[in-house]
Design a protein around this ligand. Sequence first.
Ligand SMILES: *Cc1c(COP(=O)(O)O)cnc(C)c1O
Length: 430
Amino acid sequence: MGERSRQLFEEAARYFPGGVNSPVRAFRAVGGEPFFVARAFGSRITDVDGRTYIDYVASWGPMILGHAHPRVVAAIQKAAEAGTSYGAPTEMETRLARLVQAAFPSLERMRFVSSGTEACMSALRVARGFTGRNGIVKFEGGYHGHVDSLLVKAGSGALTFGVPDSLGVPADLARHTLTLPYNDLEAVRGLFAARASEIAAVIVEPVAGNMGVVPPRPGFLEGLREVTRRHGALLILDEVITGFRVARGGAQELFGVVPDLTCLGKIVGGGLPVGVYGGRAEIMEKVAPLGSIYQAGTLSGNPLAMAPGAETLTLLQAPAVYADLEAKGEQIERGLAEAAAACRLPAQVNRVGSMLTAFFTAGPVHDYATVSRADAGLYGSFFRAMLDRAVSLAPSQFEAAFVSLAHTAQDLEETIAAAREALAVAAASR
Ligand SMILES: *Cc1c(COP(=O)(O)O)cnc(C)c1O
């Protein structure tokens, strides 16, 4: 790392645990130390030592237009001049809601919150309040924010109660979370057959993104829809990554599955802190002040965050946006797969649209068990060799790379050329 980044990281460690405000930023999974960012524009991010990288982290998903899009920046400036928070309703909230609903008709009613975590936490409360049940089904490797009940991994068998993944999560709470393998519909059917009356909801990333990209098997999401409906449980699609990413209307548009509740975040705020939860009117009208499920927020619907969200969603309405993202994603996928094959490295590139992960493993990757076979050490070597070649990937094997509309044909070619060299370096280090 550059000298200035090193100094800043050392100082930051005196204030923040591990020197960061969110754990993966510390680069622990890949070795080395993070660069500190000075600025970013379009597809490029520049560190405090003056090095510029082609960026595929995209702030972990939000920056689908690229960084500092002039129209998004102008929207923020205009909003700031009118005051940054009022604690009272504004027209901009309705404008953003209209854009969200145009893409996601299943959000008949919605609430704006300030993060994806808050959206998922609130959706669970609504599901529990609406059904009068406590149990939540999630999938191994699925991440829904740092919500207490969702920081839970599988027990020893599919039907065991969850144990917390983090200290500080009461076992009393974790025992209401049931964890199953992703893409395993039979396990879901088995669980419902045994305990349907306890289950309020199934929450799922419709394309898993937080264990690396794992697409749903054909029929998986449709099966979840059918089983939950039959047993009076709600289906919650956590589209915090996939919303406005895999299609304008997210995975629910791409796969044609209509959930009861949806969580959004990341892109919907255009790079500012916004989360959304919403769904069927009958369910959402149980939320206060209409109903007795409580949820609130001082900065919810904050005008400074609504404006860039609305501008981003408006820009995403341009024709051919998603075809363009698909073509770019496909080019990177092919480039990585060919480069890995040329170095005789086992690699499995999973991709849906503009989100992808190259897993260093031979077999197909379809759930947490197969994800876990990937060689994270090899990824670390690849990651560092890419950084040396001015390409910034996610600092973990188990995350997605995001292609944006700002990535040019030349960016993609440079990335693939860098990957050929970096994979050769990584292969040699094995
Ligand atoms: C990022 C993410 C969250 C949490 O959102 P934050 O804004 O980080 O709180 C929830 N669910 C999924 C699928 C995510 O990728």
